[in-house]
Design a protein around this ligand. Structure first.
Ligand code: ADP
Ligand code: NI
Length: 218
């Protein structure tokens, strides 16, 4: 297998198969959106487009959350798959590194790896975590975990360690403060930052509406 189009096609087929039965916020359609967005942002950035596409496609094939906390499951699976095609070790290592470091691990976690390609894929993944889609995914995940929608007595915790963030059982609304509303300020690329603005505003509006309805004000 040599040509780029063939490699991308084979990767799409592989990822679709790996994600059969995945939770609705981390399924093939999440990957599809991240992939398309990454291609779009990549047009404005100096970067290796093949690395961007492969990393976007493979970034969630074995999320540690759904693999007994194994943070190496995803990068390992991706690298094993890519080794079957004629890609350089450099490309494979790069994709593996992006997958290993892309995930948000709480507001206080220092990220260990960066590259222009990582910046593009991470921004795309983050854009899918905010705005209307972000809201839908978040409540889907909360339902999947049987979390409360909201509990005014359980306040968001902005000082969680990576471990605490991973093990949190807080209501879904708290996730907006613990992650979603922080993402706008953490976008890597100019394009991503501009796109995050509208999605962020939309979440703010959603939250205002939510609290008003909660109290029967509206
Ligand atoms: P990353 O893509 O940075 O690894 P996650 O996979 O943890 O982030 O989160 C992706 C999406 O899954 C979040 O944006 C959110 O929609 C949902 N999600 C993850 N953790 C939670 C949580 N504790 N409560 C509600 N939704 C969550
Ligand atoms: Ni993702």
């Amino acid at each position: 297998m040599k040509n780029t189009t063939e490699i991308i096609h084979a990767t799409v087929d592989f990822v679709k198969k790996e994600l059969v039965g995945a939770e609705g916020g981390h399924d093939w359609f999440h990957t599809y959106r991240v992939w398309k967005m990454a291609c779009r942002i990549a047009e404005y950035e100096e970067c290796n487009k093949l690395v961007v596409e492969l990393a976007a496609l493979l970034h969630d094939i074995a999320d540690a959350k759904f693999n007994l906390g194994d943070e190496e499951a995803g990068p390992r699976k991706a690298a094993d798959f890519l080794k079957a095609s004629d890609l350089s070790d450099e490309v494979i290592d790069h994709v593996e590194n992006i997958i290993r470091h892309i995930s948000f691990k709480g507001g206080n976690h220092q990220q260990g790896f960066r590259s222009p390609e990582m910046d593009v894929v991470q921004d795309s993944d983050r854009l899918d975590a905010i705005g209307a889609i972000g809201i839908a995914r978040t409540f889907n995940y909360g339902g999947f975990k049987n979390r409360k929608i909201y509990d005014p007595d359980i306040k968001p915790d902005l000082n969680m360690t990576k471990e605490a963030y991973k093990n949190s059982t807080a209501p879904t609304i708290n996730h907006f403060y613990e992650k979603l509303l922080l993402l706008r300020g953490r976008m890597n690329t100019k394009t991503g930052r501009a796109m995050a603005e509208h999605r962020h505003q939309f979440m703010e509006e959603f939250l205002n509406e939510f609290y008003e309805e909660w109290e029967g004000v509206k």
